[in-house]
Design a binder for this molecule. Structure first.
Ligand code: SAM
Length: 472
């Protein structure tokens, strides 16, 4: 295995797509690093059409995806069916949208129903009929004016299973929210209804008594005042107008390869258990992804408001199931289990896990033992992931995985290096580990529930691990 070589030598420094997108919004972007890949921070997505619709903790930006596509498909032939690009942990669809705009077939898996719906809505957005969408926004404006002058008794009710430490919405806002949900549920065309649902999901926390910091917290807990009053419909309509602007922009600029007939699928499913069946007739040319990092960022808990209020989940048992199936699990789910058996054979990783088990042993699940279980569960899933990836890649197909290292209870886990070992043990060829960026010392995980870990001075960094299936 070659390490730290720039395997992506042939990277296009800029692309017409990015140039046009950036012209429109006149925002700066990170230039490609010497190795050729742009800093993958999602921040750039906040300024890009369609990509900016739904905030998500993501591994990279649209520009990064562009660079990878340009590297692996320098001559995207117009003949035959376009190559297939897969994102097994699609989040809100950064890879899928960018690959779609460039004319590739795309397929994504995303276990979180809210993120999966967002990715689906974004992938279909360029094909929406705006002449049907705009009147709906006018109708919402008209209806909301009426609710304000004469309060309406909504048919929708607050989701029964949804619990929050303080009232999620103040009474006045909740009344508006229920009227908005009535309106959304009455939209007949499914794609348009889903667009409204995602618009609502992306703004609902902004008029609630909660805030993303980046985990979901109460506003008072984050030193912010409660929100007693506000015009929720106006905030939603502003979001919808932004969406229309982006769709108009994509439709007006035209993407020569963008066709409704090209296949773009998003499965709201667990990649590990469903991919082999779903992809049996669709061998993958290129996989680009960032799985959850080993930092216990809780995607499920942080999207509880959207999952419940958009009727994507209705009971804590559904969320529990989601947590169990999440790549890497969550510390909260595995900390009390008896020590988990590693399914991988990497002896350095075994050693580190044993060291971790010894730290603050007296704290039981809250000390090293609990965290060792979390690390074991994470790499067990990684091992399984590489096995499934191998079976869905075409011979000579490539996978690029963006991942960061983690410092847990003071022990550094160089996740990229262990991923390389696991991929090799599953029979994939590791073409290289390409450093992308470094961050400040001290991870969020060392500052939160694991902050009692000693600082060991390690730098946090992110890398792209590049694997290939052999030709056989
Ligand atoms: C780092 S995020 C990916 C972000 C994505 N690159 C984007 O730009 O939106 C990882 C995603 O993996 C999803 N995920 C976790 N376990 C999964 C599984 N077993 N199958 C499919 N998706 C999963 C999480 O819900 C999360 O959205």
């Amino acid at each position: 295995m070659k390490r730290d070589e720039p395997p992506l030598g042939n990277i296009r420094r800029s692309s017409p797509l990015m140039a046009r997108q950036l012209d429109l919004f006149a925002t700066g972007t990170d230039q490609p690093t010497d190795g050729g890949l742009r800093d993958p921070a999602f921040a750039e997505n906040k300024a890009l059409p369609i990509h900016r619709w739904v905030p998500w903790i993501a591994g990279y930006s649209a520009g990064f995806v562009d660079d990878v596509l340009a590297t692996y498909f320098p001559r995207n032939s117009a003949d035959g069916s376009p190559p297939v690009v897969l994102d097994p942990f699609a989040g809100v669809g950064t890879t899928l949208i960018q690959a779609m705009l460039r004319g590739y077939q795309t397929v994504g898996f995303e276990i979180n129903p809210y993120a999966a719906l967002a990715a689906q809505v974004k992938v279909r957005a360029p094909f929406l009929d705006l002449s049907k969408l705009k009147p709906l926004i006018d109708a919402l404006a008209g209806s909301s004016r009426k609710w304000q002058s004469k309060p309406k008794q909504a048919c929708s009710v607050a989701p029964k299973g949804f619990r929050s430490r303080i009232p999620f919405f103040s009474p006045a806002i909740e009344q508006q929210v229920l009227c908005i949900l009535d309106f959304i549920n009455s939209i007949e065309v499914e794609d348009l209804r889903n667009l409204f649902r995602i618009a609502f999901g992306s703004v609902m926390v902004s008029f609630s008594n909660y805030t993303y910091e980046p985990s979901l917290s109460t506003r008072p807990g984050a030193g912010k005042p409660l929100i007693e009053k506000g015009d929720a419909a106006a905030i939603l309509m502003e979001k919808l107008r932004q969406m229309i602007m982006d769709i108009e922009w994509v439709q007006a600029h035209g993407y020569p390869h963008l066709h409704l007939s090209t296949s773009h699928q998003v499965f709201n499913a667990n990649f590990m258990t469903t991919a082999e069946r779903q992809l049996s007739g669709l061998p993958v040319d290129l996989m680009i992804t960032s799985p959850p990092y080993m930092n216990n960022y809780h995607y499920v808990r942080n999207t509880r408001p959207q999952l419940y209020w958009l009727s994507l989940a209705d009971a804590s048992s559904a969320l529990k199931q989601l947590e169990e199936e999440n790549f890497g699990k969550f510390w909260q789910n595995v900390r009390t289990a008896i020590p988990l058996e590693p399914r991988f054979t990497d002896s350095k990783l075994h050693l580190l896990i044993r060291q971790l088990q010894q730290i603050r042993i007296e704290k039981g699940p809250y000390g090293g033992l609990g965290w060792a279980n979390y690390v074991t569960a994470y790499f067990n899933d990684a091992q399984r992931f590489f096995g499934v990836l191998k079976s869905v890649l075409k011979p000579r197909g490539v996978g690029l995985i963006v991942v960061g290292n983690s410092i847990i209870q003071g022990i550094e886990f160089r996740v990229d290096e262990f991923f390389s070992e696991l991929a090799e043990s599953e029979g994939l060829i590791v073409e290289g580990v390409h450093p992308i960026r470094q961050k400040r010392v001290g991870a969020s995980i060392t500052q939160s529930s694991v902050r009692r870990g000693e600082r060991n001075g390690a730098t946090l960094y992110e890398s792209a691990v590049i694997v290939r299936r052999s030709c056989g």
